[in-house]
Design a protein around this ligand. Sequence first.
Ligand code: NAD
Length: 240
Amino acid sequence: MTDRIRIALVGAAGRMGRAIIDIADSEGAEVVARMDLNDPLVATNADALIDFSSAAAAESVCRAAATSNAALVIGTTGHSPKEKKIIETAAHKIPVVLASNFSVGVNVLFSLTEQAAKILGDDFDLEIIEVHHRLKKDAPSGTATTLTEILRRVRRSNSLRHGREGMVGAREKTEIGVHSVRGGDVVGDHTVIFAGNGERLELTHRASSRETFARGAVRAARWLIGKSPRLYNMRDVLGL
Ligand code: NAD
């Protein structure tokens, strides 16, 4: 491990915040500031600010990182278009990694999904199913949204179908189905279904621990420090 990095953490009392605190030392990082609701957000003395809080915190998070010239790693999901714009603007001044999922496996799933969609072509129907714990607030998950964006780009489709109920009629060819299941303590499962005539391909990733996201976020911070201001994603970090 090279030099220790100093991290300011937003959402420190949450599930992901606690996971980062647990693994920081073993990833060569020191959490120098732990912030949660009701704390003023600052990144003084930090090389990087890591955010796992809520989308509503985007503006304060960006301001805190930009003021201290700290690299910014955002793991929070569910941002509105306005909040995304704020993040993109901050990325003109500081380097930012915005990633809906920090696990290596899911980022390989992103690449495989793109590859499969290109190879299989328009005759395969596309559906995404995600499963998360009962306390998750946003739906569909940020990871499912990234998968959706990949499929939309490859298939040039704007037609999303979030769940089905009643006499919805036959499936449109261009439709991309997205389905969110909530329950128990599931850390995060994602399946992309490519359903054709006489065959079906399913790509599934299952996360069984938050540790993988936490380690990925700290690795992203280490990679990001000293990079040029720009909006990066986890595939940039992993070189995929
Ligand atoms: P959580 O609810 O357990 O924790 C969120 C924490 O942030 C809480 O302690 C809350 O009090 C705090 N918080 C909320 N609003 C805040 C604000 N404005 N300022 C400061 N603190 C604030 O949630 P979690 O499971 O830790 O997930 C947090 C976020 O990270 C969610 O958006 C989730 O979807 C996302 N997430 C991303 C990944 C990934 O790999 N990118 C993995 C897991 C979770």
